[in-house]
Each structure stands twice: as structure tokens, then as C-alpha cells.
Ligand binder design. Structure first.
Ligand SMILES: *Cc1c(COP(=O)(O)O)cnc(C)c1O
Length: 377
């Protein structure tokens, strides 16, 4: 089955009993047992719920895994993964990962004795140099946020396999539509489904998929023990959004390419970060491991003051955090998503005050270009 068909027919299709073509919402917490200890596969909805299970099967199918898990947010999914580790374990982590992931690692799990070292994972030598005897995993995102740096998943998989480490990949930016980390050697793939998978800015959710069945069992134990599960109604909403993932991702990408080319032709834009551009340093690796380059783009307009002016003038780009929805969003990472990083550290990693990040929606791209044009002017 090809991916566009999988989005419609993967996981669980409709309802066997009634013929309904949409999976029913099982808004229920507990299930009647036929005798003590004898149940029909469901006991209690934290442990298992048929609507959530349909979504979990769908993400497993889309990522070519064997097991999937749905959580009440991307951070709940990530925190559950981090609960695989023990006191004294160490992780090597990408240095421009999602701010919330940085926060939970450096503000919560570090207190429980799980340490992280943050390095530029787009440089394999930095990753190897950071590995210690107590290192248990490499945690990465590609492309990264907001600089769209590309990390070679196959290379990270080689490094981790040789040393018995787990490779964990946050695939939020490209989704299984463009990139399948498990096929490239990752052990665990995680998503903030709040973004492209949901796609309509109406649900907060996280998803995990794995290939290895034993790892699946360990994650199910943690999901049920910690309990950050996605409710039935939100599971249904997410599946509803995911049916059109292919249509949306193709449009996001086509428009982003147009916009990137157009920005490149302008003399008043300093740097443009988009892995789809031939002169992007990660273009080669991106092309070798993903089928598309996504709908995220960032560019430098020269100063924080000019960035602020642009953000106050756009009409179709909504000033907001988050990304991956049908509506175009615009933000200044240095003052918003990445404000918690100290200014000198921000400068070091290239998140300048004039850097604008856009998430291209599915509006008419001509309108989007005209809107940016008048705001830049
Ligand atoms: C938003 C995001 C998260 C966190 O997900 P939530 O659903 O907001 O909890 C994790 N990783 C990436 C790359 C994200 O963009």
C-alpha cells in the first residue's frame, strides 16, 4: 500500500459491526467483563481504548513500525520515552531541538539523575565526541527548529548501533509522509501530532511508533503506568486530520518552495534557511533520507526591529507559536519559542534577532507572497 492510500485505509478502517466508514468514538472509561479476569480485549481506557487503538495502529502503519502509542501531547510522549532511562544514564541530544524538550530534559529529568549533553547533531563528529561510557541514547530532530539544520539519520543510526545506544528521532517537521526514521535505523520515532498530523490547530497530541516488539511492550507499560493518554474524542479528531495529510503536505511544500525561491531573489533578505534550496548545507543529506523538504522556512531580515515591523504588518500570516496547520503562521524565535535560551547562546547557534520563522499554510501562495511583500516593504 502506498502512503496516500495508507492514510485512508491504514490502521483500522471504519466499523465492522455497523459499516460506518469512520471509526466510532468510544467515549468510555471501563468495560464489562464476561467473568472475573475474562474481558474482550479492553478493561480500562487508560490501558486501551478502541478509538485510540485505531489511531495507534495508523501511526504504526504510517511509520512502518509494529506498535504505536498516542499521548495527550507531544511532551507527554517525549516524557514517556525519557522514562525508559535510569538514574545515572546520559543522553546526547541535538542543540536546537524543540524548546519544551530542552526544558523537560534540563529542568525535570536531570533532577532524576538523567543527564543530557546538547550538541550539533548535523555534525557526526560532535555527536561521537559527546558519547560517554554512561551514554544510552542519541535524541535528534531533522530538520531542526528554527534553523532547519539537517541531521543524517542513517549516520546517527550507525553511531548508535555500534555502541548499543538507542536512536530517538522527533519526526514532527516532516511527518511520515516525507520521512520514515524507523526505516533509516531509528529505534523510536516521536511526533508532536499537534502540528502537521492534526493539521487544523484544534488538537494537542503526541504519537510514538517503534519496530521492535519488546520496545513496544516497554513503552506500553510506561504509557499505562504514567497515564498521559490521548482521549477518545481527540484520537478521532486526529485521525480525521490525518486522512488529508498527503494533500496538505504536498501543498505546504509546493508553496514553501515558491516562497523560498522568491525570497532568494530579493536583495533585502540576508539568509534563507530551507533544506529544499540547493545551496542549503543539508540539501544533499535531506534529499537522501526524505521524500520532501516540508513547509517550514526561516529567513533573516537584518534586525529585530525590522522583524517586529514585518510581523505587525502581515495579514494572512498569523502571529503565533506552533506550526504545521492549514493557516500560515509567523514568529520571531528569539523573542518567542526560543526566548528562554540566553542571548549569547542564541547568537552562538545562529538564532539572530532578525530571524523570522514561517509555517506555510494552504492559502493561495500568490496571496502569501503579496502579503509578505507589502510587510517587507
Ligand atoms: C510542538 C513540538 C513538540 C511538543 O509537542 P506538544 O504537542 O506541543 O506537547 C515536540 N517537538 C517538536 C519538534 C515540536 O514542534
Amino acid at each position: 500500500m502506498r502512503i496516500d492510500t495508507k492514510l485512508i485505509h491504514g490502521g483500522v478502517f471504519g466499523d465492522e459491526r455497523t459499516g460506518a466508514v469512520s471509526v466510532p468514538i468510544y467515549q468510555v472509561s471501563t468495560y464489562k467483563q464476561d467473568a472475573i479476569g475474562k474481558h474482550r480485549g479492553y478493561e480500562y481506557s487508560r490501558t486501551g481504548n478502541p478509538t485510540r487503538e485505531a489511531l495507534e495502529k495508523l501511526i504504526a502503519d504510517l511509520e512502518n513500525g509494529t506498535r504505536g502509542f498516542a499521548f495527550s501531547s507531544g511532551m507527554a510522549a517525549i516524557s514517556t520515552i525519557l522514562s525508559l532511562f535510569d538514574q545515572g544514564d546520559h543522553l546526547v541530544v541535538g542543540d536546537d531541538i524543540y524548546g519544551g524538550t530542552y526544558r523537560v530534559m534540563s529542568g525535570v529529568f536531570n533532577r532524576l539523575g538523567i543527564q543530557s549533553t546538547f550538541v550539533d547533531t548535523s555534525d557526526p563528529e560532535e555527536v561521537v565526541a559527546a558519547i560517554r561510557p554512561d551514554t544510552k541514547a542519541i535524541y535528534m530532530e531533522t530538520p531542526s527548529n528554527p534553523l532547519l539544520k539537517v541531521t543524517d539519520i542513517r549516520k546517527m543510526s550507525e553511531i548508535s548501533r555500534d555502541r548499543g545506544l538507542l536512536l530517538i528521532v522527533d519526526n514532527t517537521f516532516l511527518t511520515p509522509y516525507w520521512q520514515n526514521p524507523l526505516d533509516l535505523g531509528a529505534d523510536i520515532v516521536v511526533h508532536s501530532a499537534t502540528k502537521y498530523l492534526g493539521g487544523h490547530s484544534d488538537v494537542v497530541a503526541g504519537l510514538i511508533a517503534v519496530k521492535d516488539e519488546e520496545m513496544g511492550e516497554r513503552l506500553h507499560f510506561l504509557q499505562n503506568s504514567i497515564g498521559g493518554v490521548l482521549p477518545p474524542h481527540d484520537s478521532w479528531l486526529l485521525m480525521r486530520g490525518m486522512k488529508t495529510l498527503g494533500l496538505r503536505m504536498r501543498q505546504h511544500e509546493a508553496s514553501t518552495r515558491r516562497l523560498a525561491d522568491w525570497l532568494q531573489s530579493r536583495s533585502d533578505i540576508e539568509t534563507i534557511h530551507y533544506p529544499g534550496l540547493k545551496d542549503h548545507p543539508g540539501h544533499g543529506v535531506a534529499s537522501s533520507q526524505a521524500r520532501g523538504y516540508g513547509g517550514m522556512l526561516s529567513f533573516d531580515v537584518g534586525s529585530g526591529k525590522r522583524a517586529e515591523t514585518v510581523l505587525s504588518r502581515t495579514r494572512y500570516f498569523t502571529l503565533a507559536e506552533s506550526l504545521g496547520a492549514v493557516e500560515s503562521l509567523i514568529s520571531v524565535p528569539a523573542r518567542m519559542t526560543h526566548a528562554s535560551i540566553p542571548p549569547e547562546r542564541r547568537r552562538e547557534i545562529g538564532i539572530t534577532d532578525g530571524l523570522i520563522r514561517v509555517s506555510i499554510g494552504v492559502e493561495d501562495v500568490e496571496d502569501l507572497m503579496e502579503d509578505l511583500e507589502q510587510a517587507l516593504r
